[in-house]
Design a protein around this ligand. Structure first.
Ligand code: GLN
Length: 311
C-alpha cells in the first residue's frame, strides 16, 4: 500500500471539493478561518509520518482537547470519575442541556460539553486555572515531544465573551452539586483547553499513545493498555456527538472532532490520524475531514471493524 499516493489523491480531491461545510461562527474568532484549508497527517505504528495539504498549519483543537483532558482526569481520580459523568452516547448535540434535568446534572459522557466541563472541574481541583492549563500543555508537550504547543489567547477570549450556553451548563450542573469549584474558574480552564492550537502533524503525534495501547513511542507508558482501549471505546461511541453512529458506520475508527474543524482518529496498532478542514456539517463535525477519513478508510481498509487493518 502506497500511503503517500493515497494521501496525495485525497488532498487533491479535498482541495477541489465544492461543498466545504460551514465554518463555526458562534465563537467569533473561529469564523475568521479560511474554509479552503485542508490538512492531513498520519503517524504510523512503525514510526513514519505521512502528511499532506496544510498539515503543519495550527488550528484550534477545541473539543479534541477533551480526549487529553479525560486522560489526565482519569489519571487523577481513576474510576471515581464515572460517578460524575456517564459513558453513554447522548444522541444530542454537543452543547445540549436537555438531558441534564432528567439525569440530575450527570452528563451522558465526557465528550459532550457538559461532561467536559465536569472533567475540567476535576482537572482544576487543587490548582489555579493557569496551573491546570499548564498541566495540559505539558502533557501535550510530552506526547508530541514538541514544546511549542500553546493556547491561542484570542480564541480563548472570544469564547469567554460568547460562551453563554457553556456558562448555563456549568451553572446548571453546579445547582445539582456536580461542579465543585467556582463556575468562572472551571469555565476559564475549559475555554483555554479548547483554545489550544495544534497542527495535524502535532495532533497525530499526540494520538500515538492511543494507537500503541497506552505506550509512549519514545519508551515508557502514558496509560495502561486497558485505559487506552477504553478511551478509544468512548471516542468511537461518543466522539462525534449525535453523529457518532454515522461516523462509526462510515469510518469505523475511534474519533474525536472539534468545532475548529479538526478530527483525531485512531486505528489501534496501525495509525494515529489527524485531519483538518474548518467547514462543519450540520452536526458540528468537520465536513471534508469526515469525507477524507471515509476515503482513507476505503483506500486502506483501516477500521476497527476490518480484518484487513490488522493483517
Ligand atoms: N464541539 C466543540 O468543539 C465544542 C467546543 C467549544 N469550545 C464549545 O464549548 O462550544
Amino acid at each position: 500500500m502506497d500511503l503517500t499516493r493515497i494521501i496525495e489523491t485525497i488532498v487533491g480531491q479535498m482541495r477541489d471539493a465544492d461543498d466545504r461545510g460551514v465554518v463555526a461562527s458562534y465563537i467569533p474568532e473561529l469564523a475568521k478561518i479560511d474554509p479552503a484549508r485542508f490538512g492531513i497527517a498520519i503517524a504510523t505504528a512503525d514510526g513514519r509520518m505521512v502528511k499532506g495539504g496544510d498539515a503543519d498549519t495550527g488550528f484550534s483543537i477545541q473539543s479534541i482537547s477533551k480526549v487529553f483532558a479525560l486522560t489526565l482526569a482519569l489519571g487523577k481520580v481513576g474510576d471515581q470519575l464515572w460517578k460524575r459523568v456517564g459513558r453513554e452516547p447522548s444522541g444530542s448535540a454537543f452543547n445540549s442541556i436537555v438531558q441534564l434535568e432528567r439525569e440530575a446534572g450527570i452528563p451522558r459522557n465526557p465528550f459532550i460539553n457538559a461532561g467536559a466541563i465536569v472533567i475540567a472541574d476535576i482537572n482544576l481541583a487543587g490548582h489555579r486555572p493557569r496551573e491546570a492549563i499548564g498541566e495540559q500543555l505539558r502533557f501535550l508537550h510530552y506526547l508530541t515531544e514538541d514544546d511549542s504547543i500553546a493556547v491561542d489567547n484570542a480564541v480563548a477570549r472570544s469564547e469567554t465573551e460568547t460562551g453563554f450556553r457553556n456558562i448555563a451548563l456549568a451553572n446548571y450542573m453546579r445547582a445539582f452539586g456536580n461542579i465543585a469549584q467556582p463556575v468562572d474558574l472551571v469555565l476559564g480552564t475549559y475555554f483555554h483547553q479548547c483554545a489550544i492550537e495544534m497542527s495535524c502533524s502535532q495532533l497525530a503525534l499526540a494520538g500515538r499513545f492511543l494507537m500503541l495501547g497506552g505506550a509512549h513511542p519514545a519508551g515508557g507508558r502514558v496509560v495502561s493498555e486497558r485505559r487506552a482501549r477504553r478511551i478509544c471505546a468512548l471516542m468511537l461511541t461518543c466522539g462525534h456527538y449525535d453523529a457518532s453512529g454515522d461516523f462509526a458506520y462510515r469510518i469505523g475508527m475511534p474519533g474525536k472532532s472539534g468545532v475548529g474543524g479538526g478530527i483525531l482518529a485512531i486505528v489501534p496498532g496501525v495509525a494515529s490520524i489527524a485531519v483538518w478542514s474548518p467547514g462543519l456539517n450540520e452536526t458540528g463535525n468537520s465536513h471534508l475531514g469526515t469525507v477524507a477519513l471515509e476515503r482513507l478508510a476505503d483506500a486502506t481498509g483501516w477500521s476497527v471493524f476490518s480484518a484487513r487493518a490488522f493483517s
